[in-house]
Design a protein around this ligand. Structure first.
Ligand code: ZN
Length: 310
């Protein structure tokens, strides 16, 4: 077991239309677009990052909008619900706001003593807003949303699995502690983290295997402070038998990836260097930033990418 994991770092999903995606996250949810760049493996596809003012690790939802892409089919072996935290008492505001903006799939419930509001993203993505304590975080007040209601960052993620046992063991190895259960869902929580600290494992023995597409989570990334902490957990995972990628420079963090026993792709990402590495905090996400190797092709790439609103 290790204690270098500090909670979630980012969640990366796939979308169809870049403008619809941008509008939903910046206007409906009021997050800040903190980076406009492209997919490292497909530079004709945007990689859009949304989060709080600085893109604090634990707040960053990222998307690859692939254009015309069939919707994913929900099932086992994926992140079923991505959960954002909002201040206590904020759900009434959000319910009204999401109804007014025509958001579908709204469902209020209580789970493990927390009030939550589930809703769908534009591609059928599954989200929840969960009322939580501030825990040192500052609500982000984009799109006219008051601090009393603003999104704090992630609460956690609900992972759907045919059999949760092996993934539970992996989370324990990563420093998570088994917490409460309700029905077929068991919560794991990491202590001393960034408050994006829960992973819920939902066991669905009879559900089909998920098919990835628009609205599906591609991977979830866990936060480590720096490259030394990342090297430590990489070695520990490999010593345990996991196939882990070499360290990959993602410009705004360093990443390693590995496939979990339940089929979900996990990443471990460093908090360094952060999104202000190549632009001022005041202007994050405004200009198109390209990985160095694509800079010579900027003109062609700019012609292919659709324009998206500021
Ligand atoms: Zn990632």
């Amino acid at each position: 077991m290790t204690n270098v994991i500090k909670g979630l770092h980012h969640v990366t999903s796939m979308a169809a239309d870049a403008n619809v995606n941008n509008s939903f996250f910046t206007k409906t949810l009021g997050l800040r677009r903190v980076k406009k760049t492209v997919n490292f493996d497909a530079p004709e596809v945007y990689h859009l990052y949304y989060g709080d003012e600085n893109g604090t690790p634990g707040s960053v939802m990222t998307y690859f909008p692939f254009g015309r892409m069939p919707k994913g089919q929900r099932g086992n072996g994926e992140v079923g619900i991505t959960e954002f935290a909002v201040p206590q008492g904020a759900l009434g505001y959000w319910k009204k706001r999401l109804i007014a903006q025509g958001v579908s799939g709204l469902a209020e419930s209580s789970f493990l003593g927390e009030s939550r509001l589930e809703f769908d993203g534009p591609d059928g993505d599954s989200f929840a807003l969960v009322e939580a304590d501030l825990a040192g975080r500052t609500p982000w007040t984009g799109a006219g949303i008051a601090a009393d209601n603003g999104i704090l960052g992630f609460h956690g993620a609900r992972v759907r699995l045919r059999d949760a046992a092996a993934t539970g063991e992996l989370l324990s190895f990563m420093g998570y502690q088994k917490d409460e259960s309700d029905g077929n869902i068991t919560r794991y929580r990491v202590e001393g983290g960034n408050a994006a600290d829960t992973i819920d494992l939902e066991k669905l023995p009879d559900a089909p295997v998920a098919r990835q597409g628009a609205g599906s989570v591609h991977h979830i990334a866990f936060s480590v402070e720096d490259r030394a902490a990342q090297a430590e957990i990489r070695k520990a995972l490999m010593d345990t038998g996991y196939q882990v990628t070499p360290v990959i420079d993602r410009d705004y963090f360093y990443a390693i990836y590995f496939r979990t026993p339940g089929g979900v792709l996990f990443e471990i990402a460093t908090n360094e260097p952060g999104f202000d590495r190549d632009e001022d905090t005041a202007h994050l996400g405004e200009a198109l930033k390209l990985p160095t190797r694509y800079e010579p092709y900027r003109k062609q790439i700019e012609q292919i990418l659709p324009d998206i609103a500021a």
